[in-house]
Write a protein that binds this ligand. Sequence first.
Ligand SMILES: [Zn+2]
Length: 401
Amino acid sequence: MITSTSDPQPADFADVRATNLAVVLRFVREHAPCSRADIAASTGLNKATVSSLVADLIDRRLVRETGLTENRVGRPATMLVLDGSPYAAIGVEINVDYVTAVAVDLSGERLLSWRRSFQGPDVTVSQAMAVVAGLVRRVTTRMAREERQVLGLTVAVPGLVGTDGVVRVAPNLGWRDADLCGDLTKALRDPGFPVQVDNDANLAALAEHRFGPWAGTADLVYLTGGIGVGAGVILDGRLRRGGRGYGGEIGHIQLDPLGAECRCGRRGCLEAVAGIGAVLEHAALSPAEVEVELEETVRLARAGDAHTLAVLAGVGRDLGRGVSMIANLLNPEVVVLGGYYVPLAPWLLPEIEAETRGRVIAPDAGGCRVVASALGYGAAALGGAARVLDLVDSGRLPRIS
Ligand SMILES: [Zn+2]
């Protein structure tokens, strides 16, 4: 039977071994196909230790031998690649107008990707939780049918999430102090895998950092382009949440003291003047059916409609002011625009770039590039799955007992 080790390991030999197993697993993920000798040479672990660790990883079906050999001076070597076929990591995103579920295997291969519309502001927390629990049950049933063990679930929420998994405030959903993690664990009847809740921008940044075209970039900021706007900040290769986990709320930086009212109760916040709701409002389109209206906006922009182009230019300039603050403060290598900003990127990016060139004090905007996400609407859910895989990378390995 396969079970998951969720308890903290004692700080002794077992701890050292778990750390070394994780080191080898990460090496194989990054360098596969590779040999045991490659692992020993690069990690500094001795060959006997590497052989024992690899045998353990093969037992757990995290790594497998390909049977291929590489011709080198000396003996041919058996090559290793990630296995992970018996495992799945699940990510779910709750947004204002949709819910997404994604499952990936250990190597990040997409196993399923489901999306359904959802009227977030019209439902209570418990109704939303019932929707998510139902969706997760369908995913776990599918994974069980494929004989995969679920390694964990992370739920992305557009709001402030404490380190305890409690959603402190999600203005666009109307949530306050919702113990989503605790309630969901109960609703799933203690599913036997870890359940985590995190901010959507944080998770989307993790997805970009692990799976996107800019994967591995040490300093990367992701901007969500939903009804709300949030930033996920990766510095020195690590997600930065701030002291209590509430950092990255770029959407509530005030750009205009006399600007439109924000759902947070303040005025002229970035998301109130440059969020997708503002785009549609200025274009006199209904924010109720965002995707349909967005297609119409793209069509009008392509056709050269002057009003639409002016609206997008204005939003691009406001976004550019926000990106300039990020660039002046953090000097990221890349800022990734996600969500609904992606289809609008051809019209937003030139304005954002012009604004950042003018407002960032460092030459060439500090080398900061602004790009559109290639991960689509599922980025935050994919990041939820990435966070589960990060747990495995950090040494919380599934165990065959
Ligand atoms: Zn606000």
